[in-house]
Design a binder for this molecule. Structure first.
Ligand code: DX5
Ligand code: ZN
Length: 351
């Protein structure tokens, strides 16, 4: 599993279409984080690829998450097939004539991530009516339809950072994807513009080329771009790192965890080792490090129990309220290491 921030989604558009099963297993072995599936209908774009039945057939060939990118006129009409095929996220284009909001709602109520894509010439403001309904904004940096085109840097510069705003209603897990011409030349720049998921197509399917090296290079360059372009030189927080948010008696920890979860922050509760009252033992509340700032703003006051009842000091390394309370001192679970997410700590959308 990748530790850094950026994620690479391998587009199989330029793979050997006669052997897609091999293509997805190859991408998985090369360390890609996801498979990006470009569905084209010959109307919305001047090209035809594959549909839901192909995706369904590929589903059992890999454990990687499937991101579907539907370049079709009527995603709503075919939606059930793509849901049944096992897509983890479904992104379609905002430029279609079909009604958009109901389709986004159906994707979400099926428990998948819903995304909207914008062509290079479409302004982000087209997403305005759907702000609260999307989990993903996919910024196209080539005209959709074909792999292997040149990266549009001006489009990336204009849109990628701003796109984040459209998923900011999610306290955790909203994603900006960049699709088109992403490779070792452009990866650092898109990283510096905060892209979360880099869709990489033709750069991966080069004969006699080491795909794994390409994936690692693109990911590392994107993280470097983020570190020096957006993060004051600090390395990005790995997506899988968890930190201690609070250490509370169960009677306080459980309702807090429920509320945070309902607000979109994945929470883990682990039994702590403090004394606690009889029947109200101490619990450690863990959250993804990347959600910590938002969580402190909204729930910070609840992280500290009445001192008389508190088993151990709350907080983490970055907690302004106090010194580190990282669990793991006793070997229970590491609190902030990308390599050591506690068992069961991964959630859908947290890859
Ligand atoms: C183009 C597709 C892309 C394509 C990217 O319409 O949406 O996903 O596979 O290919 P490259 O990386 O070659 O631009
Ligand atoms: Zn695509």
């Amino acid at each position: 599993m990748a530790t850094g921030r950026a994620r690479v989604a391998a587009s199989i558009l330029d793979a050997d279409l006669g052997n897609l099963a091999h293509a997805v297993t190859r991408a998985e072995r090369a360390g890609a984080d996801r498979i990006h599936l470009d569905v084209m209908d010959g109307h919305f774009v001047p090209n035809l690829t594959f549909g839901a039945r192909t995706i369904r057939a590929l589903r059992r060939r890999t454990r990687l998450p499937f991101d579907a990118h539907l370049m079709i006129d009527e995603p709503g009409h075919y939606l059930d097939e793509f849901l049944d095929a096992g897509c983890d996220s479904i992104t379609f284009h905002v430029e279609i004539d079909e009604e958009i909001a109901p389709t986004l709602e159906r994707i979400r109520s099926a428990g998948r991530m819903a995304g909207l894509a914008v062509r290079p010439k479409t302004p982000l403001s087209a997403l305005e009516p759907y702000r609260t309904l999307i989990d993903i904004v996919l910024v196209m940096t080539v005209e959709p339809g074909f792999g292997g085109q040149a990266f549009m840097r001006d489009v990336a510069a204009e849109k990628l950072l701003k796109a984040r705003d459209y998923v900011s209603h999610r306290l955790h897990g909203g994603e900006v994807h960049v699709d088109g011409g992403v490779n070792r030349e452009s990866a650092e720049f898109v990283g510096s513009q905060g892209a979360d998921v880099l869709v990489v197509g033709s750069a991966l399917w080069v004969p006699r080329h080491d795909m794994g090296r390409e994936v690692r290079l693109v990911r590392a360059l994107a993280d470097e771009g983020f570190q020096y372009g957006l993060n004051d030189g600090r390395p990005p927080i790995p997506r899988d790192a968890m930190v201690t948010f609070a250490n509370l008696p169960r009677s306080l920890a459980a309702p807090l965890a429920d509320e945070m979860d309902a607000a979109g922050i994945p929470v883990l509760m682990l039994r702590g080792d403090g004394p606690g009252d009889a029947g109200d033992a101490a619990y450690v509340v863990l959250i993804p490090a990347s959600a910590e700032d938002a969580a402190r703003q909204r729930f910070g006051a609840r992280a500290t129990a009445d001192p008389g009842r508190r088993a151990r000091p709350a907080g983490s390394e970055t907690d302004p309220a106090g010194p580190g309370g990282a669990i793991g001192e006793d070997g229970a679970a590491p609190a902030s290491s990308g390599a050591g997410t506690p068992r069961g700590g991964r959630r859908k959308g947290d890859r």
